[in-house]
Design a protein around this ligand. Structure first.
Ligand code: ATP
Ligand code: MG
Length: 465
């Protein structure tokens, strides 16, 4: 068990040469593929995640993550983490089980309703499985921070949440137990707090971009979290649960023209906010028709992948979380909260990228950099040895490669890899010679390259991410 853990870490964080070089042979991996579309799955991402053995339902709305799905989710998590760290947010880890006491203090224990899973421990103490963490983080914060001098603070964790959703559906898209990054900001004034909010806004745009997604921040209702400023980050997908109304020019905003300076982010936010873009909750027909020219109107569906809120003293006030200002006054801390659905993103990326029965993971989160697909039909030994040589060479060069060592027919292998969606393929069939190898971009062009060229190409791709 331990050694498996180590291999996994090595590939993901250090990409060191793995000692057991056969561990990425397809025949040895636990990837339980299904031949047929499972009838319970209504949307593409759910079907594919089941078919490629990424997840397995354990009970309604609760899933186990199998190696392939888990690896992809961990890569997404790592990108989310890196972008949080870049803006100075600090990672911590709060428990999944919380005491009901702080929720009673904030007044949300009753408000939250049946979505909250309530539990009693053996002493009869009321506990709950955390659906979100505003209360708990405020309690942590108020215990030690007393002065404006320690502000601002941005804290986050990446942790399982539980919401007893009325209608769990679409696999991990809307389920009961899901993996979320939630961050919390603490500031001394409203003005400072809006700066933290904007930083997060910027981090979100960069995060989704690295995940190969165009996510649009849309003005949103604050709902049960409360407060007056909020954006939902939405990606377009026909299967999305949110109906969206937008000025399509909003999709042309180039975030690369902006940097992390306060003013640059402010300008960027203004660009987004100036275009009309809302979900159904905020939609008003008159506004839409007045503000957006007919030819720019885009009415479509989307998936919410992130949601940020500024809510001031909504929790700090009832929870008595104050700091001393420079002038010696006591003020309630101004807070915001910022969520990203890490597990939902796995499905959302599939919905955004799946096309014509072919999946294509962005390089940044693909479970493998490249797949070697040799024809091994008649137990073709020379092809097997050739594949093994390429495999060893790429592994030595820290490229994460999957070797399909099964003896299925090439056409069956292609079908399988169209679903798995590794972006690059090395094909050892009739078109490959000893020094020119068929190198194919899934759903794209085919090249004839030397092994050295293939290596360089793959390493370059990785550096771009
Ligand atoms: P929704 O409107 O989709 O119910 P929410 O507004 O209640 O979500 P937040 O509290 O803002 O969700 O949570 C932050 C993120 O967590 C969401 O943007 C979404 O990506 C993800 N998320 C929320 N609920 C679920 C769920 N039931 N299953 C999977 N992911 C979820
Ligand atoms: Mg939301």
């Amino acid at each position: 068990k331990n050694s498996k853990r180590k291999d996994w870490k090595e590939t993901l964080y250090e990409r060191k040469f793995s000692k057991d070089i056969k561990n990425m042979y397809l025949s040895k991996l636990f990837i339980p593929l299904l031949k047929e579309n499972p009838s319970e799955a209504k949307i593409k991402s759910h079907q594919l995640m089941l078919r490629t053995g990424m997840i397995k339902q354990s009970s309604t709305g609760i899933y186990s993550w199998l190696p392939l799905g888990f690896k992809i989710m961990k890569k997404i998590e790592q990108i989310v983490r890196e972008e949080q760290n870049k803006i100075g947010a600090q990672e911590l880890l709060m428990p999944t089980i919380q005491s009901a006491d702080i929720w009673k203090e904030s007044g949300r224990y009753d408000d939250y309703g049946e979505e909250m899973l309530r539990i009693k421990d053996r002493q009869g103490k009321e506990m709950l499985y955390g659906p979100t963490n505003e209360e708990l983080i405020t309690e942590i914060f108020r215990a030690s921070v007393k002065s404006y001098k320690s502000l601002p603070q941005l804290l986050y964790h990446i942790q399982w949440k539980f919401r007893d959703e009325l209608r769990p559906r679409f696999g991990v898209m809307r389920c009961k137990e899901f993996f979320m990054k939630d961050a919390y900001s603490f500031d001394v004034s409203d003005q400072e707090a809006r700066r933290s909010y904007n930083k997060m806004f910027f981090a979100y745009l960069n995060t989704f971009k690295r995940l190969g997604l165009t996510a649009i921040p849309m003005a949103a209702d604050t709902g049960p979290i409360g407060g007056d400023l909020s954006h939902e980050f939405i990606i377009l997908a026909d299967t999305g649960e949110s109906k969206i109304y937008s000025d399509k020019r909003i999709f042309e905003i180039d975030i690369n023209k902006h940097n992390s300076e306060d003013n640059s982010i402010k300008d960027l936010r203004k660009k987004y906010d100036d275009f009309y873009a809302v979900t159904d909750d905020k939609f008003k027909k008159e506004d839409f028709e007045k503000k957006v020219k007919k030819e720019n109107q885009l009415v479509t569906k989307g998936i919410e992948v992130g949601h940020i809120f500024y809510f001031g003293d909504k929790y700090s006030k009832p929870l008595n979380c104050t700091v001393d200002t420079k002038e010696g006054k006591k003020v309630d801390v101004k807070m915001g909260s910022y969520g990203i659905g890490v597990s939902r993103l796995v499905a959302a990326i599939i919905e955004a990228k799946f096309d014509d029965n072919i999946m294509r993971w962005p390089e940044s989160v693909s479970p493998f950099d490249v797949a070697i697909i040799p024809s091994l039909q008649k137990k073709d030994k020379s092809n097997y040895l050739k594949a093994e040589k390429i495999y060893n060479f790429l592994i030595k060069n820290k490229i994460d490669v999957l070797f399909d060592d099964t003896d299925e027919h090439l056409s069956a292998k292609f079908k399988k890899f169209d679903l798995i969606g590794i972006p690059y393929q090395i094909i050892l069939g009739s078109k490959s010679t000893d020094d020119k190898i068929e190198f194919k971009e899934i759903n794209g062009k085919t090249d004839s390259l030397s092994l050295e060229e293939i290596k360089n190409k793959l390493l370059n791709k990785r550096n771009l991410n």
